[in-house]
Design a protein around this ligand. Sequence first.
Ligand code: ADP
Ligand code: MG
Length: 730
Amino acid sequence: MSFLRTSALQDLLNRPASSSLAEPQKTSEYFGTNVFGRDAMREYLAEEAFNAVQNAITYGTQIDRGVADLVAAGMKAWALAKGASHYTHWFQPLTGATAEKHDAFFTPLDGGKAIEKFEGGQLVQQEPDASSFPNGGIRNTFEARGYTAWDPTSPAFIINATLCIPTIFVSYTGEALDYKTPLLNAHAALDKAAVEVCQYFDKNVTKVVATLGWEQEYFLIDLGFYYARPDLMMTGRTLFGDSPAKGQQLEDHYFGSIPDRVAGFMQDLETESWKLGIPVKTRHNEVAPGQFELAPVFEEMNLAIDHNQLLMDLMEKIARRHHLKVLLHEKPFAGVNGSGKHNNWSMATNTGKNLLSPGKTPKTNLQFLTFFINTIAAVHNHADLLRAAIASAGNDHRLGANEAPPAIISVFLGTQLSGVLDDIEKKVKDGKMTPEAKTDVKLNIGKIPQIILDNTDRNRTSPFAFTGNKFEFRAVGSSANCSASMMVLNTIVANQLIQFKKDVDSLMAKKKYDKDEAILHVLRDYIVATKAIRFEGNGYGDEWVKEAKKRGLSNHKTTPPALDAYVSKESKKLFTSLGIISERELEARFEISLEQYVKAINIESLVIEDLALNQILPAALSYQSDLLNNASGLLDVFGPSKGKTLAAAQLQLIEKMANHINAAKTNIDAMVKEREKTDKLADAHKQAAAYCDKVKPYFEAIRENIDALESVVEDSLWPLPKYREMLFLR
Ligand code: ADP
Ligand code: MG
């Protein structure tokens, strides 16, 4: 048996039984202890500094340099009291991971002494040597400077004795090089647009934030297996692997009892998350064997995203303590479900109202309908942008497979709310409404809360579903930074709300409608204009693909064509008019996404070639030689006629294997040829398309033959851990 596979299995058998779960401790006693949050600030900051930070959080006001010195002093005192020795700016470059560069607090003094130093300047801004982060051509290598700048709206925290300060990351010329910068801009645009619309209903609303509750799916496998699978190590997914006899077809894993070893990991992860103020709340087994999910209580969006990024990092570290490997890839195993990250999204006001939660009166329900219908209209008008925001090589395996939302963006409302919209469409007629008609419509709107309480229909196949008091964007990939999709969602809803305000004001001015009537008319127009995006049926079915085509909805199954929406004329206008991101930044992001796609498929192709030629085909050939020896032995001993009869099974196997070996090799050669051609293309767009349409199709053809060999080659000769070994955690 191959050395790696043997040692991975041996290691698993020798491991002591999983340690029992830790002693229970009250979470409330240590929740947020490693965060420089409100309580810590109150203790360590002078009133002036405390108020400045609170104002920055609530109103986005600037913190001047003098106050930053005070905040830095307080932060340093708190961090040192907690045993921190280093500090770092913590940021989210376009690699998808988080980045940090640690500096020690201590500064040497004359005479061999040292002091701990950390001042406003170091808090507010740093200049990491950033030349090797993706920048899509924004930063020339000779002008490699980029700087990080403090985001006071997300609190600093301590991990591994290091004070981490959330920051944005921009080029020296001010262009965004990260996920956070455009997210904050989009969030601010949404705040402004939503507050203006709220003024129609409630003058007390002065601030609106987007709220996000993400649900993170992931796989866990034994760390030993991970190291014995070069494909998992290099690409995050298995490029070969025959499906086990028992996969997820028995559906016994979903919500089943959590294995002890996994529960130990989860508990450890939760404890660490709680110390960092990440409000993780729910955990359960997912549908596929070895697959799990965890979800927090929702938070203000920027914080929620930082927490998700932090959590993904923690998962990795804590899994190692349990000799486990977390797989965040969207499709680590073929034939079983992949992983997503549902983004539950809504908007909340400073008055404590969830804008997507129906109220108790017709007036608050009209407000609910306003935000509800505007969100639907935003998705309708910019579905392609939402699709672009979730595009990645990994997510391509999920979208459109019969397990995850389709690549066609549509919105699910539920029969009841669909009925309410249909009712408005029918009853709000052109021209002035009669008092009776108005009362009738309002009466129906007033019934919404009861309706939703009885609303039990849940459509799991929709990419964008209304779930009672929030929308759930389900097509986001499990490894993604939520910022990419949430930046787009906030932007398109902000843009839509601005349009709505214009439309309502102009109707009121032109036609002398009262406010409610104008709102109803505009909403009715939006309902009619955006009907194509509403779909209540089965999103996994083939009929939907046909129907969507008829409706003119896009269906970009792969990343390269999906990404085009980022740089369309409309997108450029949308993002620049709202000041979210410049044309150059958009082009750069487009370029980076294409590059990432090319790299992902290129690496997969190299690993397929390497694994097949160096490990798998040699194992198959070696077994084939055994069979050949055996068969020729039989022929020698029994003579050609009887020998042939006796060696029938061997001869059949030899032939079958020879066919698969030849087919695999032929496809590998063809793939390599295509890849070499593709690598010569200079244009990133053409290269991504060629990787997608010319190189990648060989993967399946090669895999089919290799997986067929796996099912016949003697088990002890097979070099890679098998699905049945990896997927069922013991
Ligand atoms: P599911 O049935 O999909 O598991 P849950 O009710 O458990 O739904 O909620 C899933 C996520 O949605 C949780 O993270 C939850 O905190 C979040 N959520 C609930 N209300 C809101 C809201 N108003 N805005 C954003 N997220 C929310
Ligand atoms: Mg959900």
